[in-house]
Ligand binder design. Structure first.
Ligand SMILES: NC(=O)c1ccc[n+]([C@@H]2O[C@H](COP(=O)([O-])OP(=O)(O)OC[C@H]3O[C@@H](n4cnc5c(N)ncnc54)[C@H](O)[C@@H]3O)[C@@H](O)[C@H]2O)c1
Length: 324
């Protein structure tokens, strides 16, 4: 039985806890938190709560620490957990600087434990289909691809850490990271990046970005927005293979080959778990956390979210964020 200590029982801490309840061979054994809300959640879950990770790990038998604190606390919490010799899961983004991400993975290596970064899109059925088609070459090579991830500005978090550039990295690190993770995992490190961005008057951050990534002759574009409008959440992509266009319209993934019937892929999650955050019931987190638990049991890194992939993504986002 893998005993887990959750750090930060907020939105994502609660999502993780709900999913662990459906995963065989694991159990949430304790919480480390700071706020009254964290205390409330620990009480509701029937587990002890501690002020720090060290106290939690010294007082309880813990095999894996799962860090769901705000982004700017990730490094401090990951380092504390790794120093204590624990396998560690951390929510995305692992860090806002490549140097920090490298230090975190290096410490995991020194301590002989694994660090898993919750870049969850890898665990969606849509990403699985796309990965399969790119790797198998079934429709030939990719000639062009575009991704979109657009949402109304997260106003529920208006006064919180999410709107502080130093604490969250804003839109690139919080939202675009998902598509960039898929792009890097499919096509590697781009040879070139360019982008445009915009913001309404008086806004303290850029609300919309249009990115262009070049991989040799292949161009991949992506758009991301946290817009000042009650715009429905939209996540779509379209990939032009030599012998088919494959479209994720946000509901279905369909391949349109030449001279053949369109092929609709089965992307329905077998298990859907309510999230309690602004994401409808889904199987993404179940697949992700089940995968990390199985990897941790074997003491191996995740083949789906590798160290190199995570670091490349953070490095690219850092370059984007630093651009004037
Ligand atoms: N993968 C996804 O789909 C997804 C979605 C949303 C958020 N996230 C990521 O999850 C992380 C957490 O986001 P959230 O929306 O759950 O935030 P949140 O503010 O809802 O929760 C953070 C929790 O951490 C606790 N906390 C703060 N300081 C602490 C400390 N020093 N020790 C222990 N606990 C502490 C807070 O009390 C709170 O309960 C962020 O990095 C975010 O980017 C990922």
């Amino acid at each position: 039985m893998m005993r887990i200590g959750i750090v930060g029982a907020g939105g994502m801490g609660t999502v993780h806890r709900s999913n662990y309840a459906h995963i065989d061979g694991c159990q949430v054994a304790a919480v480390a938190g700071k706020s009254a809300a964290d205390w409330e959640r620990a009480k509701e879950w029937g587990v002890p709560m501690y002020d720090t990770i060290s106290e939690m790990v010294r007082s309880e038998s813990i095999d894996l620490v799962d860090i769901c604190t705000p982004t700017f606390l990730h490094k401090q919490h990951v380092m504390e957990s790794l120093e204590l010799g624990k396998h560690t899961i951390v929510e995305k983004p692992v860090a806002l600087h490549k140097k920090d991400a490298e230090e975190m993975f290096s410490l995991a290596g020194e301590k002989g434990v694994q660090l898993y970064v919750a870049q969850v899109l890898q665990f969606t059925k849509e990403a699985e289909v796309l990965r399969g088609l790119v790797r198998s070459g079934e429709y030939g090579p990719v000639l062009d691809a575009s991704f979109e991830r657009l949402t109304a500005c997260p106003r529920w978090s208006k006064d919180g850490w999410l709107f502080d550039r130093e604490k969250s990295g804003l839109l690139p690190f919080d939202l675009h990271i998902h598509d960039l993770d898929i792009i890097v995992s499919l096509f590697g490190r781009p040879d070139d990046i360019s982008f445009t961005r915009c913001a309404g008057r008086g806004r303290s951050y850029h609300e919309q970005y249009r990115f262009q990534y070049r991989f040799g002759k292949l161009n991949v574009c992506a758009e991301a927005a946290w817009f000042h409008a009650d715009f429905p959440f939209t996540a779509r992509w379209r990939v032009y293979f030599e012998n088919a266009v494959v479209v994720n319209d946000g509901t279905h993934v369909t391949a349109y080959p030449f001279d053949h019937e369109p092929r609709v892929f089965d992307t329905e999650d077998k298990i859907k778990i309510p999230t309690g955050i602004n994401v409808p019931p889904t199987g993404w987190y179940f697949s992700e956390l089940s995968h990390f638990i199985r990897c941790a049991e074997q003491g191996v890194p995740s083949p789906l979210v590798s160290r190199q992939q995570v670091i490349t993504v953070i490095e690219l986002l850092e370059t984007i964020s630093e651009a004037l």
